[in-house]
Write a protein that binds this ligand. Structure first.
Ligand code: FMN
Length: 220
């Protein structure tokens, strides 16, 4: 019979006032995160990328299967291939695949089929979800894959923002071309491309607002 060990939890006790202050401090940092679509080509410290991916890899996951993989791209040739393939998909999306309702929803963001950021951002992180895994020579399904990968992506963009870098969550459906370009196996499905870098000087973002707390939270 295998033995399952338990270890002491690392947990720092804090006073309620300190907890409240830290929660507010974190909110003040995170409320300035925005999706950036205009990047400067200036390179970023790769150590920050690695730590952000480590943070993402620390996310909770269904049965701790950690069903994610992060492809980090700095090579300009690969970035160009990704842009070329993504823009081909986007021409179909904007031309015929998106419904009128979807196009209306996208209007405030000012997006179109041109995706220059895929070449100008110094780093692209492609997140893959692993729908299954091989265990003892058998293919087994992972659990709560979408929820787990979503959490991991949230930690990734939070860590990058906290570090001082800008990100975009970009999802050019379909994204299957990424498996081919990045030579990833068929049990992996791309979930998003996260361009990372510094915003271009004078970069602008859509003037949008957040739902008020009363609309998103109720204490029972
Ligand atoms: C799952 C997901 C997919 C997204 N896909 C795209 C995308 O394909 N292109 C894009 O420009 N922005 C995309 N976004 C960014 C959203 O448009 C953006 O988060 C939203 O408008 C709120 O703006 P903010 O991130 O600046 O707060 C995506 C965001 C999420 C969470």
């Amino acid at each position: 019979m295998p033995e399952y060990n338990f270890i002491p939890l690392e947990f720092r006790e804090r006073l309620p006032a300190e907890i409240a202050e830290r929660a507010q401090d974190f909110f003040e940092i995170m409320r300035t995160r925005r999706s950036v679509r205009e990047f400067s080509p200036a390179s970023v410290p790769m150590q920050a990328i690695e730590f952000a991916v480590r943070t993402a890899g620390s996310a909770p996951s269904g049965a701790n299967k950690q069903p994610w993989f992060f492809a980090v791209i700095t090579d300009s040739e690969i970035k160009s291939k990704i842009r070329y393939a993504a823009e081909a998909e986007e021409r179909i999306n904007y031309g015929e695949r998106f419904t009128q309702e979807w196009l209306e929803a996208l209007k405030p963001l000012g997006t179109d089929e041109h995706k220059e950021f895929l070449e100008s951002a110094p780093v692209l992180i492609v997140i893959f979800k692993q729908t299954s895994r091989i265990e003892q020579n058998r293919q087994r399904k992972n659990y709560y894959v979408n929820e787990s990968v979503g959490l991991s992506m949230g930690l990734l963009i939070s860590a990058l923002h906290y570090a001082g870098l800008a990100t975009l969550t970009y999802t050019p459906s379909s994204m299957k071309f990424l498996n081919k370009i990045l030579e990833r196996p068929s049990n992996e499905t791309p979930v998003a491309i996260i361009p990372v870098g510094y915003p271009n000087e004078g970069a602008t973002v859509p003037d949008i607002s957040r739902k008020p707390i009363k609309e998103i939270m109720k204490v029972y």
